[in-house]
Write a protein that binds this ligand. Structure first.
Ligand code: 5GP
Ligand code: ZN
Length: 116
């Protein structure tokens, strides 16, 4: 746990969140500013700042996150979805605790225009 990290505080329950899933390695909750009808954040229960710091020692958290995404989307009958990871400031990462956005419930564009 990083005492200055927003998502570590959410995982610890120090800051409230709308939880959608939890297991020994993964915590998932609703995004506070959703960009689609369904917008969840999946985070590892250990502090990893960003995708750049994924290694052979911690990559099991990423595998567990994708297993959790598959479980939640099946339980909620989400047929089609997009998983997004923003890594670094120019890519739009605003919280420095690794997280994957699960976005669904609307038709999504693809290509350069969808990058804003
Ligand atoms: P990023 O921009 O780093 O890829 O994604 C961070 C996400 O965290 C944003 O979509 C933002 O809306 C969400 N977020 C920021 N603060 C909070 C919060 O306190 N609670 C929740 N549930 N989501 C948050
Ligand atoms: Zn953290």
């Amino acid at each position: 746990m990083d005492k200055d990290c927003l998502f570590c505080k959410i995982i610890a329950g120090e800051i409230p969140s709308a939880k959608v899933y939890e297991d020994d390695a993964v915590f998932a909750f609703k995004d506070i500013s959703p960009i689609a009808p369904t917008h969840y954040l999946f985070v590892p229960k250990t502090h990893i700042c960003c995708a750049k710091k994924i290694t052979a020692e911690n990559s099991q958290y990423v595998a567990k996150i994708f297993e959790a995404i598959a479980k939640v989307s099946e339980q909620e009958n989400i047929e089609s979805y997009r998983v997004i990871n923003n890594c670094g400031e120019d890519a739009g990462q605003s919280v420095m605790h690794l997280h994957f956005h699960l976005v669904a419930g609307k038709k999504m564009g693809w290509g350069e225009q969808s990058l804003g």
